[in-house]
Design a protein around this ligand. Sequence first.
Ligand code: NAD
Ligand code: WQD
Length: 344
Amino acid sequence: MKKTILVTGGAGYIGSHTTLALLQAGYDALVLDNLINSSVESLKRIEAIAGRGLRFVEGDILDSALLEKIFSEHRIDAVLHFAGLKSVGESIKDPLIYYKNNVSGTLRLCESMNRAGVFRLIFSSSATVYGSSSTMPISEASPLGIPTNPYGNSKLVSEEILSDLAKSSKKWKIGVLRYFNPIGAHTSGLIGEDPNGIPNNLLPYIAQVAIGKLDIVRIFGDDYPTPDGTGIRDYIHVQDLADGHLKALANIENHSGLNVWNLGTGQGYSVLQIIRAFEQVSGKNIAFEVVGRRDGDIAECWSNSDKALRELNWKAERGLLEMIEDAWRWQSSNPHGYGNSSRD
Ligand code: NAD
Ligand code: WQD
């Protein structure tokens, strides 16, 4: 019998790519998403690519009654928990919404899993939990920091809750995945990142300048202690990230407790390098100007993902140009993203 995975936030950017990978690997997927930052169109496209159906429940992870219903009606083997809010700036303006969705949401989900006897969980965390003074590359043993914003803190607090939970009983099998900077799109060009409003992140911003939706990229500082003065990050292809979830899911089958893995490429690129690579791939001129540093930004951040290689037999396979080619294919063939989404 096929295993059924509950995917919270499965209509979103990373969740949609991972749901597709699950279907392609032979799992059944049940997506729970309130569509606050996504649309059902991504789910239709996943089904089209996979040539298989998935089950979708429109609803909120904060709705305990709905979670009880889902767990009582379906034999769920494990949960991939993507649902949450992810805008750093928004989290500073409205911290309560972030703690409610990301921390209380994770709590409610775990309570319902506990009641239902479902103990396998993969949690979407972020490299943002590491301290800003870490030396590069960052491994799982690097010190955790005090995040400079409520979003980052909501991830750190959620990790701590999961860690306490895993210590409380051997029945819990939890994988925490700390993503570096996910970019790119599925190679088909049918699913990808569809940010709401003006993008906060570099890649979707550049992509929208390339198609003429936005005028100019603002580089947040060129006076960092990096070779060209602009910030360096570890960009990882979203399909590599999706594969990492499947490997983590297989791993926790046989391991009790909580395990943490970095998912990154181990290679950093500067903002200027990304702009140049995007120009090369798209053949478009990307206008940019240098402005002041963005509050809370760090100079550089890249991963040591050896633990994932050792324990999960996972490593990122796709290089920078492939990531940008896929991002550009998605953006240029879907200039309005998923279009008539429910949130528009
Ligand atoms: P996304 O916004 O595209 O996807 C999140 C999904 O969760 C959306 O479909 C949204 O509608 C849904 N959702 C939000 N709150 C919900 C709730 N209360 N109940 C049900 N559904 C809800 O974001 P993403 O980039 O795919 O990120 C997925 C996860 O990975 C998030 O937890 C995010 O914090 C984490 N993460 C993302 C990045 C990144 O750069 N994209 C980096 C590190 C970690
Ligand atoms: C990348 C680089 C910017 C936009 C954020 C979150 C992190 C994680 C991933 C969820 C930096 C520069 C950006 C622009 C720019 N999310 N930049 N002009 O800040 O590394 O990480 O997303 O967990 O928590 O903090 O990603 O894409 O915003 O920035 O110059 O318009 O591009 O300064 O050096 P970041 P990003």
